[in-house]
Design a binder for this molecule. Sequence first.
Ligand code: NAP
Length: 357
Amino acid sequence: MKQWVTLMDGIDRLQVQEVPEPIDIKEDEVLVRINAVAINHRDIKSMTEFITISSMAISKGGMRLLPTRMVPTSDASGTIVKVGRPAAATKWREGDRVLGLVRPTHLTGPTRSEHHALGLGFPQPGVLTEYRVFSGLRPGADTAGRQQHFLLQLPLAWMALNWDRPIDRPVRGPQTVVLLQGTGGVSIHALQQATALGLTTIVTSSSDEKLLKAQELGATHTVNYNTTPEWADEVLNLTQGKGADIIVETGGPETMPQSVRAVAEGGVISAVGVLTGMTEEKPQLAIGLSLINRNAVLKGINIGPRDRVEEMMRLYQQEDIHPIINRCFKFDGAKDALTYMKDGFHFGKVVIKVNED
Ligand SMILES: NC(=O)c1ccc[n+]([C@@H]2O[C@H](COP(=O)([O-])OP(=O)(O)OC[C@H]3O[C@@H](n4cnc5c(N)ncnc54)[C@H](OP(=O)(O)O)[C@@H]3O)[C@@H](O)[C@H]2O)c1
């Protein structure tokens, strides 16, 4: 079988290798024929900024060293072709459509370092391969063909909106204003979820064309962050001075100063990403003071546990939400898919088709 491997030294140096199909399947495992893989920003980071990431991890003593050669990416859907005996056979049958869990051991509650250590694609081997043995799985796409398998961005978006709320009582109604930064996978999934929950949404983007697409998906307001760099003022204008109750903070160092100005009193900034880069510099005092004055919460969010994924999927089924797939590449075109996403051409999700259904 074929699989892509990376030395974590850049997209251009990814290689396809021919390896034997796995035959040693333990009793609680299953062999899955991968159908499609969804790419995440993290896959690109881990391939292009390996040295930065690993040295930061080592300096914090949190993660162990990465293997030097590994299969990248973490989100996959597929079909079971072989079941380990007897434990897996009680849950799964050959032919079942399944989804991989990015962090298979994270079942409930906050993310802990032991969940990271077993994360697929980083630091454990990933899913850009024709076949893979799994132990943590979810039932797959439903009969309506809903592409529910793209599990990293979807639960992250859900957690950014609902992190401290009891299960099955998500935030609802137009009185809650949500600010979504950019039109990548996380923000567009959050937009679909927020729209289904009836929230008021404000989307920022560098592109007016993408903002129009966001409006078509239900965005209440849009702001171009290139032509309006002080976009916090616009958020305050649009909300009659109140600000956003929830901010899905994907930008990091460059967007955070605007976010703390745009957050409503008692609101939450869900810090999910660092698209504008990573820095070890001390946070500015002004950020701390703004948070204090606004009595706001700055909350780090890291994907989400299995029970929140299941909660989120119930909404997708009830509201018939279909995640936005921007472009689907062939397996041989994996490098093009990763480069396309790295260059920021996408709106929503980028997918690699591995095997036909
Ligand atoms: N914490 C977690 O568990 C977790 C899980 C998944 C992802 N993440 C992180 O979440 C972030 C978003 O992930 P993603 O997969 O959605 O990434 P993505 O699809 O690559 O999103 C990229 C988009 O972000 C927007 N962007 C870039 N710079 C921006 C800025 N200064 N202000 C506002 N928007 C900006 C751009 O949108 P426009 O083209 O519209 O300008 C760009 O297209 C990444 O940092 C990723 O690593 C975290």
